[in-house]
Design a protein around this ligand. Structure first.
Ligand SMILES: Cc1cc2nc3c(=O)[nH]c(=O)nc-3n(C[C@H](O)[C@H](O)[C@H](O)COP(=O)(O)OP(=O)(O)OC[C@H]3O[C@@H](n4cnc5c(N)ncnc54)[C@H](O)[C@@H]3O)c2cc1C
Length: 373
C-alpha cells in the first residue's frame, strides 16, 4: 500500500487526503490547528463557486469536474455543501473579463446568459445597475459551505482509516518533522496555504495578504438561495446573499496589507468596511443602512500570476508542494486532488505553469485588484 504524509488540512490538503485514502493509500495528515479553523483560508463559512475564469479554459474544466466531485461528497457525507443559486458578473464594459469568460464558457458548454440590468434587478431584492454594460449570469454556479466541506472531507478521510496528527510540521530533507518525530512516506505533500513561504523560504514565493470581508444583517428576502452570488471584477468586489443566517456578505477585493497568519490580529479595517458599505449603498441601495453583524480577516496566498502551485520539490523527488490558492482556490479542491493523485502516481507530468520558478504578473484569475476601468 503506498503511503503519504500530507501537511495542512485546509481544502487542498484535506481533498488530497480524501482522494488518496479512497484510492487505498495509507495517509497521515498533520496540522497544528483543527480542520476548518478560523486562521486557514478554508475556514470561512462560504466560498463562491464559479466557472468563469476569463480566457483560462483549464480552470473552467477543473471547476466542472470539481462540481461533480462536490456533489459526490455531498452524497457520501450526507451534508448539503453546494448551493446552486447562480452567480452574476457585473460587467462594466462590453470587452473585458466577462466577455472573455463568456466565450470560453460557451466553448466548454457551460450554461451562461447575458442579462440586462432590468433582468438582473429581478434576482436581488434591491439593485442599482448604474455603470454596468451587461450582467453575465452563470445559473449553475453558486456558493460552497466551505468550512462544512473541509469537515466533510476530513471526517470521511479519518473514518476511512487515515491518521490526523495535531502538530506543526517542518520539512527535513524528504521527510516531515513533527513534535520531534520524523515521518517518512512514499510521497509528502506540503499543502500549508499561507504558511508555505515560511516553511520553504526562498523556494515558495507567495505574497500573504490580509483580506477583510463583512456580513451585514438583513431581512429574509436576502437569503441565498435564491439570491445569487455576485462579482464586480473591475471594481474588485464580490459577495453573496445571506447564507445560513450569517448576513449578506460583501468583500472589497483589493489586495490587503502583508499578514502573518499565525500572529497578526484579525481585526477588520474600518477603511475596508467603508469601502464595503459604499459598494453596497451603490449597488444594493436598500442595504445602505444595514447593520454590520460580522467581519472576518483571512489570508490570501498570492502567486504573481494567480496560477496555483502544484510542483515537485526541486531536490526531493517524493516531496510535492501544493498551494498558491491566490484567492480563488477553494472551489477546485477535489478536482485538484484528482490531478495531484495522477502526479503522485507518475501518471502525468507536472505542468510548468504551476511550477516554483519565477512568474510574471498576468491576467488575474480572482478580480482585477481594484482597478476601476
Ligand atoms: C477572503 C477570502 C476569500 C476567498 N474567496 C474564495 C472564493 O469565493 N472562491 C474560491 O474558490 N476561493 C476563495 N478563496 C481562496 C480559497 O479560500 C483558498 O485558495 C483555499 O482555501 C486555500 O486552501 P489551502 O488548503 O491551500 O490553505 P488553508 O485553508 O489556509 O490551509 C492550510 C492549512 O495548513 C496548515 N498548516 C500551516 N502550517 C502548518 C505546518 N507547519 N504543518 C502542518 N500544517 C500546517 C494550516 O493550519 C491550515 O489548516 C478565498 C480566500 C480568502 C482568504
Amino acid at each position: 500500500m503506498p503511503s503519504a504524509v500530507i501537511a495542512g488540512a485546509g481544502v487542498f490538503g484535506a481533498s488530497v487526503a480524501h482522494r488518496l485514502t479512497r484510492s487505498g493509500w495509507d495517509v497521515t495528515i498533520v496540522d497544528p490547528y483543527p480542520p476548518g479553523h478560523v486562521r486557514a483560508a478554508s475556514g470561512h463559512e462560504t466560498r463562491l463557486i464559479r466557472f468563469a475564469h476569463g480566457p483560462e479554459s483549464w480552470y473552467v474544466r477543473s471547476v466542472l469536474r470539481a462540481r461533480d466531485l462536490w456533489r459526490e461528497l455531498e452524497a457520501e457525507s450526507g451534508r448539503s455543501l453546494m448551493l446552486e443559486c447562480g452567480l452574476a458578473w457585473f460587467a462594466r464594459r462590453e470587452e473585458g473579463w466577462e466577455s472573455e469568460s463568456e466565450e470560453v464558457l460557451r466553448a466548454e458548454r457551460v450554461p451562461v446568459v447575458r442579462l440586462s440590468v432590468d433582468e438582473t434587478a429581478a434576482l436581488f431584492p434591491s439593485f442599482d445597475g448604474d455603470g454596468l454594460s451587461f450582467v453575465l449570469y452563470e445559473p449553475e454556479a453558486g456558493i460552497l459551505r466551505a468550512r462544512d466541506a473541509v469537515h466533510a472531507l476530513m471526517d470521511l478521510t479519518l473514518a476511512a482509516g487515515a491518521t490526523l496528527v495535531a502538530g506543526a510540521a517542518r520539512p527535513e530533507g524528504d521527510a516531515v518533522l513533527v513534535k520531534g518525530e520524523r515521518l517518512e512516506a512514499d510521497r509528502i505533500v506540503w499543502a500549508c496555504g499561507a504558511w508555505l513561504p515560511s516553511l520553504f523560504p526562498g523556494l515558495v514565493k507567495l505574497r500573504v495578504t490580509k483580506q477583510d470581508l463583512f456580513h451585514f444583517g438583513t431581512d429574509a428576502s436576502w437569503q441565498s438561495p435564491p439570491v445569487p452570488g455576485w462579482v464586480d471584477y473591475d471594481a474588485a468586489a464580490y459577495g453573496t446573499g445571506d447564507v445560513d443566517g450569517h448576513g449578506v456578505k460583501v468583500a472589497p477585493d483589493e489586495e490587503g496589507p502583508a499578514f502573518d497568519p499565525d500572529s497578526d490580529p484579525r481585526i477588520a479595517s474600518s477603511k475596508v468596511e467603508e469601502r464595503a458599505r459604499a459598494y453596497m449603498a451603490m449597488r444594493f441601495p436598500a442595504l445602505s443602512e444595514a447593520p454590520l453583524v460580522g467581519a472576518r480577516s483571512c489570508p490570501y496566498a498570492l502567486t504573481p500570476d494567480t496560477h496555483f502551485i502544484i510542483a515537485p520539490h526541486p531536490e526531493h523527488d517524493r516531496v510535492w508542494i501544493l498551494g498558491g490558492g491566490s484567492g480563488h482556490g477553494f472551489k477546485h479542491g477535489p478536482a485538484l486532488a484528482e490531478y495531484v493523485e495522477e502526479l503522485l502516481e507518475g501518471e502525468t507530468e507536472p505542468d510548468e505553469r504551476f511550477g516554483l520558478g519565477e512568474r510574471e504578473p498576468a491576467v488575474k484569475l480572482r478580480t482585477a485588484g481594484g482597478r476601476l476601468r
